[in-house]
Design a protein around this ligand. Structure first.
Ligand SMILES: *Cc1c(COP(=O)(O)O)cnc(C)c1O
Length: 391
């Protein structure tokens, strides 16, 4: 399977066909599985026999999703979880312990930042936050007990790019792992393991589903370490449901055509925004004007589907745009085939202090669009209109 092109793997990898010869992946909605005998039950539960016993441990539909995602990321194995946060939780609680240390980028998804700042310290795991793009700061933050580097690239919402090979080299030099939250690009545009990352974590809720239907997550990595995470998940219970795995399997089948087209739309939209007199700055890694354009294009096959931009006139002007779009959805979710718009300063980053927001570069006039599959001319028309509304 792995010699096949990723476009093919997205559709074919991980398929298991039952005695009924179904063509589409089957949905196994069952909490437990029968055994043939007391002896077989004993050997299944002890692990001497492999097979399904209970869906908190394994389920064939979930296994198909895991195998397909692992193939797409170029990793040995994947473990699926109930959400993206459950994936990050499982990675850290299974492989780290009290007394360990993490180096993470400052610009992280809100709940990840919350977990790292407030939850992990309660369990004796310490986190140092460093600027995403400053390799020397990562190097300087390493301690004797550093076990993990954790990063998102491109960052949300300003699309800063982390140098994955550079980070992997520093982490490995100190015996630490590099974990990359690959939510923004998905394996359609970026495969961090090829750049030296040890783990990829996903919120499958975003581009992997692509239609805003279900929550899900996953960790991809080396077999022996994913086994440890699996043993944690089957005990602690943040398991992905079979139904959600079944939905996500069909999401993966169209991943490449969706994300490649969404990225093409995003580039066209970003280029148009750059010429608009009401816009003072556009953040999009696919633009030549992006300060890390070259690095982005080395790691990613396209700029992605997330475009952020600064509207002249601060919060009032930005809110006017949000309030006056008629096509683009006003919602915080991203990765959907439907374009969405958010005002980060008052939503996703609203809990930060004004000083912390300013330091992170999240201005009052900043807007973020997750570009979908509508025709780009309709998106441009929607924004042309909403940018023209007077106070
Ligand atoms: C949404 C998101 C998460 C969390 O995923 P859930 O599925 O909502 O738990 C983590 N990281 C990033 C970058 C995200 O966008």
């Amino acid at each position: 399977m792995s010699t096949l092109h990723p476009h093919t793997l997205a559709i074919r990898a991980g398929r298991q066909i039952s005695e009924f010869n179904e063509h589409s992946p089957a949905l196994y909605l069952t909490s437990s599985f029968l055994t043939e005998s007391a002896d077989e039950a004993m050997r299944l539960f002890s692990g001497e026999l492999s097979g399904n016993t209970y869906s908190r441990f394994t389920n064939p539909t979930v296994s198909m999703f895991q195998d397909r995602l692992a193939a797409l990321e170029g990793g040995e194995r994947a473990i699926a979880t109930a959400s993206g946060m459950a994936a990050i939780h499982a990675l850290i609680f299974s492989l780290l312990k009290a007394g360990d240390h993490i180096v993470a980028s400052q610009s992280l998804f809100g709940a990840t930042l919350q977990m790292f700042s407030n939850l992990l310290p309660k369990f004796g795991i310490e986190v140092s936050f460093v600027p995403l793009t400053d390799l020397s700061a990562w190097q300087a933050a390493v301690k004797d007990n550093t076990k993990l580097f954790f990063v998102e690239t491109p960052s949300n919402p300003l699309t800063d790019i982390a140098d994955l090979a550079g980070l992997a080299a520093i982490a490995h030099q100190h015996g630490a792992w590099l974990a990359v939250d690959n939510c923004f690009c998905s394996p359609a545009l970026q495969r961090p393991i090829e750049h030296g990352a040890d783990f990829v974590v996903h919120s499958a809720t975003k581009f992997l589903d692509g239609h805003g239907r279900v929550l899900g997550g996953a960790v991809v990595g080396p077999d022996a370490l994913i086994e440890q995470i699996y043993l944690y998940v089957r005990t602690a219970g943040p398991t992905l449901s079979a139904f959600n795995a079944w939905v996500l399997l069909s999401g993966l089948e169209t991943l490449f055509v969706r994300v490649e087209k969404q990225a093409a739309n995003a580039l066209a939209l970003a280029q148009w925004l750059e010429t608009h007199p009401m816009i003072s700055r556009v953040y999009y890694p696919g633009l030549a004007s992006h300060p890390q354009h070259e690095l982005a294009m080395r790691q990613q096959s396209a700029g992605g589907a997330i475009v952020s931009f600064e509207v002249k006139g601060g919060r009032d002007a930005a809110w006017r745009v949000v309030d006056n779009v008629s096509l683009i959805s006003r919602t915080g979710n991203l990765g959907d085939v439907k374009s969405t718009i958010t005002h980060p300063a008052t939503t996703t980053h609203g809990r930060l202090t004004p000083e912390a927001r300013a330091k992170a570069g999240i201005g009052e006039g900043l807007l973020r669009i997750s570009v979908g599959l509508e025709h780009v001319n309709d998106l441009i028309q929607d924004l042309t209109h909403s940018l023209a509304v007077e106070a």
